[in-house]
Design a protein around this ligand. Structure first.
Ligand code: PBG
Length: 333
């Protein structure tokens, strides 16, 4: 409810916009380095920095390079980094066994980062798509993505990541029942302090295109993800999913993609008041970069404005490929 306010000229909104000082004093929302989670892509090799064509400025990094970048991110004040593996096609199978291999790329990267930069929180992705011959987040049987068998595989994956030293687990698979199963296994295994950031309201979105290139899943993917990711027309379902995941043991929840789903971010924060995050996904990043490269927008300013929008909508933090650039921009302000 907006209280009644005096009419013009008693009220002049331009008074509080009249100088940088008054604008700063009256600003309601700000973007801070504390709000950032940096998603990164890791690949095999040494000294490798391989550009992702559809995401200018984003590279796939070998573990040694990633460790240096994690140290830089920590020095910039970024609280968390989120690891996504580019898996060699030869390791992709129908049952996705590489997903819970304690020595897989992702688990080796977690160990290396935690050994070198223990202060930065390491978040993981839990879904089978990087390891799946069919490119899906779940196990495929006769063309169907099977739920309960996938949950068993995801629990094994979660435990392997916990044992590698992950601080935050990020189930992005959208199977039913996975949060409860993971929480139970974590408690039983003595991993009582590992947080789960559930990709609770994740939509079947075309904005994920560049990411699937980055992790090498585009070629493998057969069909679409509409039987497990949400329909973009739905809003109430997002609240039910968030409530379900909180009840099953999620500590934090995510809405994904970001900017096109700000209404969902706002409803979630308003309804539950829990730690709420948005993922500014690969397609959002690519669109800003492409327009900026053409000189059509000021990329730096749109980057900052797009991220501030998440704070205004009520989010506590944002996963963004821009994280190090934002941290540098904030430092220089
Ligand atoms: C995999 C996963 C995806 C993203 C994060 N985890 C892709 C998908 O669901 O197809 C997308 C991230 C992005 O686009 O930046 N489960």
């Amino acid at each position: 409810m907006i209280p009644t306010q005096a009419p013009f000229p008693t009220t002049r909104f331009r008074r509080l916009r009249s100088s940088a000082a008054l604008r700063a004093l009256s600003r309601q929302n700000t973007l801070l380095v504390d709000d950032l989670i940096w998603p990164v892509f890791v690949r095999d090799g040494e000294g490798v920095r391989e550009p992702v064509a559809s995401m200018p400025g984003v590279d796939r990094l070998s573990i040694d390079v990633l460790v240096d970048e994690a140290a830089k991110a920590h020095a910039l004040g970024i609280p968390a980094i989120c690891i996504f593996p580019y898996t060699d096609p030869s390791l992709k199978t129908e049952l996705c066994e590489e997903a819970w291999n304690p020595e897989n790329l992702s688990n080796r990267a977690i160990r290396a980062i935690k050994a070198a930069v223990p202060e930065i929180a390491v978040m993981t992705d839990i879904a089978l798509d990087p390891y799946n011959a069919y490119g899906h987040d779940g196990i495929v049987r006769d063309g169907i993505i099977v739920n309960d068998e996938t949950v068993e595989a995801l629990v094994k994956m979660a435990i392997a990541q916990a044992e590698a030293g992950a601080d935050i687990l990020g189930p992005s698979d959208m199977m039913d029942g996975r949060i409860g199963a993971m929480r139970g296994a974590l408690e039983a295994g003595g991993h009582t302090n590992i947080a789960i950031l559930s990709y609770a309201a994740k939509y079947a979105s075309a904005y994920y295109g560049p990411f699937r290139d980055a992790v090498g899943a585009s070629g493998a993917l057969k069909g679409d993800k509409k039987t497990y990711q949400m329909d973009p027309g739905n809003s109430d379902e997002a609240l039910r999913l968030i409530q379900r995941d909180l009840n099953e043991g999620a500590d934090m929840v995510m809405v994904k993609p970001g900017l096109a789903y700000l209404d969902i971010c706002h409803r979630v924060k308003d309804t539950f008041g829990v730690p709420t995050y948005a993922y500014q996904v690969s397609g959002e990043y690519a669109m800003i970069e492409a327009a900026a490269a053409n000189g059509w927008i000021d990329g730096e300013k749109v980057m900052m404005e797009s991220l501030l929008a998440f704070k205004r909508a009520g989010c506590d933090g944002i996963l963004t490929y821009f994280a190090p650039r934002v941290a540098e921009t904030l430092q220089n302000q």
